[in-house]
Design a protein around this ligand. Structure first.
Ligand SMILES: Cc1cc2nc3c(=O)[nH]c(=O)nc-3n(C[C@H](O)[C@H](O)[C@H](O)COP(=O)(O)OP(=O)(O)OC[C@H]3O[C@@H](n4cnc5c(N)ncnc54)[C@H](O)[C@@H]3O)c2cc1C
Length: 511
């Protein structure tokens, strides 16, 4: 949905005008973000979920989804949270707004835990830490470091709230650890009647709430098992794709954390490999400067070059130049960071994401089919590939129940991804992919039931127990969990993403 209408133009010129407008808008936002990033020495970007109180509009981090809640609540005590939940007829909890779909949206009550952010207890001896879940990951890890503690693994950015991360079963990449959920010892959940209770891994509801998109209630507190603070050596290498395919098992065996960035849409012989290993070495002097160099290079390639290449039909040239540029500026580059800064980065080019976890054993065939499809479509996108062990504690997480390879498409929002996301999602389903619930999707309840089988049935049972009247249901979760639309007036999804639209003809699921 563009700001300008070009109805007066002939269709072929309208398409060109739309495309130029899309690029201009995305580049304007990218440029503003880059300016803030540089001015704050890599500390800040503008991308955050936000409630504009004057207009009464909430929007997500990349401004592609928004809604106008009837009330926006920011309680400071659990008693207030319970009262707000009890009195609401429709309610969605919201964190950092880093989700790529409409799951946080509501025209009813929106509950933000932005003022519910205290660290409640820290046991340095055992590493057990209890926190209120509105706290942002970056603030939690900074406080943990002061106590000599760190999380075992993190994802690729740290602006999200702990509750938001748990509600989509956040994953990073790792040989032995991959999920925050596997280090959660207990959590507190407020159900639709406004009752708070503490849940442990022995409770089915504990596993339903992790990865449950807030459909089983509001997560207010969590107890996390942390580790002694450690440093990470992050290395970047530009390597041959063939070499990765042949040696993937050995690469993952050798390193604690590995990820790959492919350029999809054209054939390239090379791929960027990122490796993180624990080290006793101290942080590299001026490591922030090294980090900024990598992050600005990412912005240049992903935020500007790929969109321009598509517009000028210079995909092969630009993709290969981009990789050559990375080779020149990053290859063999290795920096030691405190763990809290080594895992995440500022990822601030305006983009969309589709991500699935596929079984490790068939991931290579799946990747090959995705690459071939993207090449045929000449659809330029970064594809991030990560790996996790079978340790997720969620009922509906993308990596639950098996060793997993995560395949993520992250195209700039200057490119329309509607058709490609729909087709790639079908390929991922074919290979037994499980949906990341924080990302774009066209899936409905039928697909969820097919993906998760009896886990979906168990989830539905828990969800109905916590929310018998559907207080936490919005259009998006209705599509995923019930297969029917809500009675809520449609929330605004101003996404570029028509792929957010329901699949016609979905049948209600009674599981
Ligand atoms: C730049 C970027 C990088 C990312 N990297 C990764 C990554 O490496 N790995 C990964 O797995 N994901 C990643 N994501 C996805 C992101 O981590 C998830 O979408 C996460 O849920 C966002 O957390 P949030 O606090 O922003 O939640 P929001 O977007 O605000 O909400 C997410 C969902 O959680 C629900 N929710 C929020 N608060 C509560 C609560 N208190 N109780 C119950 N439900 C609640 C919301 O209703 C919504 O359904 C990334 C996203 C972005 C934009």
């Amino acid at each position: 949905m563009g700001v300008f209408e070009f109805d007066f133009l002939a269709p072929e010129w309208r398409r060109v005008a739309d495309r130029i407008e899309r690029i201009a808008r995305t580049w304007a936002i990218n440029t503003a973000n880059t300016a803030v990033y540089i001015a704050s020495f890599g500390e800040r970007v503008l991308h955050e979920g936000r409630h504009a109180s004057l207009r009464g509009i909430w929007s997500n981090w990349n401004r592609s989804f928004e809604s106008q809640p009837a009330s926006f609540e920011t309680p400071e005590t659990e008693a207030e949270i319970c009262r707000i939940v009890k009195e609401a007829t429709r309610l969605r909890a919201v964190g950092g707004g880093h989700t790529f779909n409409a799951s946080p949206l509501t025209n009813g009550t929106m509950l933000s835990l932005d003022r519910y952010t205290k660290i409640l207890s820290v046991d340095q001896a055992t590493g057990r830490v209890r926190v209120q879940t509105g706290i942002r990951l970056r603030d939690l890890t900074a406080a943990l470091l002061e106590h000599g503690l760190a999380l075992a693994v993190q994802g690729s950015t740290d602006a999200q709230s702990i509750a938001g991360l748990l509600s989509t079963d956040i994953h990073g990449t790792g040989r032995d650890v991959g999920f925050l959920s596997s280090n959660v010892l207990s959590l507190r959940l407020v159900d639709a009647d406004g009752r708070a209770r503490t849940l442990h891994p022995r409770d089915e509801m504990f596993h339903a709430a992790l990865g449950g998109l807030g459909a089983c209630g509001v997560i207010t507190e969590v107890e996390i098992q942390c580790e002694r603070a450690y440093n990470l050596r992050k290395s970047v290498e530009i390597v041959k794709r063939d070499w990765v395919t042949k040696n993937i098992d050995a690469i993952l065996e050798e390193h604690k954390h590995v990820s790959f960035y492919y350029v999809g849409g054209v054939f390239t012989e090379s791929v960027r490999m990122n490796v993180w290993d624990r080290t006793v070495a101290p942080p590299t002097p001026l490591y922030r400067l090294h980090k900024m160099r990598l992050e600005l290079t990412d912005m240049l390639v992903s935020g500007y070059a790929l969109g321009l290449a598509k517009l000028l039909d210079l995909s092969d040239l630009v993709a290969n130049l981009g990789l050559a540029f990375m080779w020149l500026t990053m290859n063999g580059h290795s920096t030691v960071y405190p763990a809290r800064e080594g895992f995440p980065r500022k990822l601030f080019y305006r983009h969309d994401e589709l991500e699935y976890g596929v079984p490790y054993d068939t991931h290579q065939a799946c990747l090959d089919e995705v690459f071939a499809y993207l090449e045929e479509k000449r659809f330029l996108t970064i594809i991030e590939v990560r790996f996790t062990p079978n340790t997720s504690e969620s009922l509906l997480g993308p990596g639950v129940g098996r060793r997993t390879c995560f395949i993520e498409l992250a195209p700039s929002l200057s490119i329309d991804s509607t058709e490609v996301f729909a087709d790639v999602e079908k390929i991922l389903w074919k290979y037994g992919g499980q949906l990341h619930l924080g990302k774009a999707t066209r899936a409905g309840a039928r697909e969820m039931a097919a993906m998760y089988g009896e886990r979906f049935t168990r989830f539905q049972r828990a969800r109905r127990e916590a929310d018998p009247t559907g207080k936490f249901v919005n259009d998006f979760t209705a599509r995923l969990f019930t297969g029917v639309a809500t009675t809520e007036p449609s929330v605004t999804a101003t996404s570029s993403a028509e792929h957010a639209a329901p699949i016609p003809g979905l049948q209600p699921i009674t599981a």
